[in-house]
Design a protein around this ligand. Structure first.
Ligand code: AMP
Ligand code: MG
Length: 400
């Protein structure tokens, strides 16, 4: 049976970044991946700039004991000095203001004493360039300040504004169609009849898509009939990614893989060596990626994180598509027996000694409630093992 890492490699082989689009730099762009190199349109700072409130002067005018200078004007940020600073002179200056011609240093206000309104006494020596940011020191006009592949975070927003960019080329968020299948499902707004349950996977997967950086699009509930599935899957194949839940195992009404293939979806795998989620399906048709997740809620959630989330990130242009694993020390002895590598819900925490992980009580793939006490999955190898407190374990990190 295919290993998780092999299955992940197959998914990524078929996942290409979506073509870049012109994107305004609104809040919607937060987290997108830049698809162009961005150059500065100006020198930054555009002038020699004072970095402190104080006095702009000629460093050569001061000795080790400082000195006394004549104050010729005052300049605040946003204003331009009118007079050059000559020998024996100083200009009162505020942070962010342009340096007057002739001055080469700023002495901070705290080291000065205004004497009679016209003169200032300075306590110590100054070094040329002190408290001055020279023009172009931060960046030069034409210089690349951000490269394609950069993730747009708050600091990138600020930098783009600095260089006058209000729109950029970025990879769009992939649209992800979601289809829940099963005759037993009713919408969460309904009271289930006998033998029915509410559809919990649809809102759960929609939230996972959002967290992964995609745009969820719900197709509702498909019944376990070929004609119903055919119509809904056909709609779903118009999205970059289609994620189905349920109907992929070996049961009588597990019709999803068959219908997908009838509609031209080429299967790449349909079984992976893991628990929960063994019957997970992955296929492609044209540029659309199709994931068939087993219907048990925790199987759906785990398989999404392992296979669908990396695909969403790759389509969105991220170089590091995940999933993200850390090594963490087990907080307690944990005996566990399983015939397959198991993703067991756990609590991951950073402590002074490093990452630590504690498995949480959980009775298996239908137990979504157990997951509300977890923030990760500790990866337990197949076999009968007594995992010891303090032992390092691989952990699948699904939250920041
Ligand atoms: P399946 O993969 O279709 O065989 O479903 C496996 C189990 O998951 C069954 O107990 C289903 O009732 C349950 N299940 C399937 N889809 C959902 C869903 N959307 N929400 C909650 N439970 C589901
Ligand atoms: Mg089913």
């Amino acid at each position: 049976m295919l290993a998780v890492s092999e299955a992940q490699a197959i998914v990524l082989q078929h996942a290409r970044p979506l073509p870049p689009e012109g994107t305004p730099l609104s809040s919607q762009a937060l987290g997108l991946v830049l698809a162009e190199d961005v150059a500065s349109d100006l020198d930054m700072p555009p002038f020699d700039k004072a970095l402190m409130d104080g006095y702009a002067l000629r460093a050569s005018d001061l000795t080790e004991e400082g000195g006394t200078l004549v104050v010729i004007e005052e300049v605040t940020a946003g204003n331009t000095p009118a007079r050059p600073v000559g020998p024996g002179q100083a200009t009162r200056i505020m942070t962010g203001a342009p340096m007057p011609v002739g001055a080469d240093a700023v002495v901070m206000l705290e080291r000065t004493h205004a004497l009679d309104g016209e003169r200032v006494r300075l306590d110590d020596q100054a070094r040329p360039g002190q408290n001055v940011l020279a023009r172009g020191n931060e960046m030069r006009r034409g210089q690349t300040v951000l490269s394609a592949g950069a993730v747009l975070r708050p600091q990138e927003f600020g930098l783009l504004a600095t260089v006058g960019r209000t729109s950029i080329l970025a990879h769009p968020r992939p649209r992800v169609a979601l289809l829940s299948t099963g005759d037993e499902l009713v919408d969460a707004t309904q009271v289930p009849g006998p033998s029915q349950i509410r559809n919990s996977n649809a809102p759960m997967l929609a939230a996972q898509v959002l967290r992964a950086g995609g745009i969820p699009h719900s197709l509702g509930i498909g019944r376990d009939r070929k004609d119903d599935l055919r119509a809904l899957i056909t709609q779903g194949l118009r999205s970059a990614i289609l994620i189905l839940s349920g109907g992929v195992s070996a049961g009588k009404l597990d019709l999803v893989p068959g219908v997908l293939q009838e509609l031209g979806v080429q299967p790449h795998f349909h079984k992976v060596n893991l628990k929960p989620g063994k019957p997970v399906f992955f296929g492609t048709v044209d540029d659309t990626l199709v994931f068939g997740l087993p219907g048990n809620p925790v199987s759906s959630l785990v398989c999404f994180e392992l296979f669908a989330r990396p695909a969403i990130r790759r389509l969105a242009g991220h170089a590091d598509s995940g999933p993200f694993e850390v090594r963490a020390f087990l907080t307690e002895d944990f005996p566990y027996r399983s015939d397959r590598p198991t993703y067991h819900p756990a609590w991951l925490e950073y402590r002074e000694t490093g990452w630590s992980v504690r498995p949480v009580p959980w009775f298996g793939s239908p137990d979504l409630r157990g997951l509300t006490r977890a923030n990760s999955f500790v990866i337990l190898p197949a076999g009968d093992h007594l995992h010891r407190a303090g032992q390092p374990m691989a952990v699948l990190k699904v939250e920041d």
